[in-house]
Ligand binder design. Sequence first.
Ligand SMILES: [Zn+2]
Length: 355
Amino acid sequence: MPSSTVVLNNVRVFDGTRLTSPTSIAFARGAVVTGTPSGAETLDCGGATLLPGLFDTHVHLLAPDDLDALAAHGVTTALDMACWPHQRVDSFRGRVPDIRSAGVPAIGPGGNHARMPGMPSEAVLTDAGQAAPFVARRVAEGADYIKVVIEGDLLGQDVIDAVVREAAALGRPSVAHASSVDAYRRAVRAGADIITHVPRDGVPDEDTLAEMVRRRQVAVPTLAMMEASSVIFPAPEQAYAHSRDTVAALHAAGVPVLAGTDAFSGPGPIPDPVRQGSGLHRELELLVDAGLTEADALRSATVLAARHFGLPDRGVLMPGLRADAVLVDGDPLTDIRATRKVRRVWSAGVPVTLR
Ligand SMILES: [Zn+2]
């Protein structure tokens, strides 16, 4: 479907900080434009709220239905954090949402990740010398960033360091999986650009948080998954409280926090797993519950996600940037749950069919 030329009237726009008073905004040739483009159709939005298209900065893509569910919930950019083979990743590119992917993750031998069905053997690293060929292979396959899974001490610190270093050498951000205090400390020490999940066994100490700020590291907590998975741990409430308290501490320390869910539609151990699309709205609620303001939560899924994943063409509704947008009923700055009331979605100016 071609991108539409449209003027939205009587719409309140989230400008990255607050909602504007009712105004007009136009899309043409896939971008936000100033003035009224010729031949534009007009749409009266009745005072509804227009948000930049939402990001989910941690998903796992499996099938085309995943894309449809994300798009229907206003997610116009989805960042996959492990998907293979690379032909599957390629089949998801150029669609809605616009995706990026880590491809095959680097993991240690013998753990939960190594036992995941279909995990390719080339994912398993046992010494630092394997990092350079591993990262080069991912880059050749089109990986947008490099993922390393820190799970107990299955990977030596020298191996984690080497993966992060080799990623940087080839111009790729590194993303480290860390869901314990110890793993979090190792990820920070390695200098991973982005650290995903949060500990369920405690809250990182102040030195660790200060080092994250100093190194400009970024957090993708995936509270939706931490919440959904807590039921399979002993003392589930305690496990989730640690995750939530870590987000509060990260945010208070000044570490950028991005909205990501770890949504996955395949089989897994979690009885009620995080769903594609709806999970992002739960994540926004949980970020607010952890102490972010509603505006901070919206920034975590828009402008900050774009900034920290190197996508400067989106994340804010400004002239010249991509017309990725979600029209919702109500005011999510008063009640974050209003983001769930999706009326319309555009991806690069193309109206998305909601199903
Ligand atoms: Zn994940």
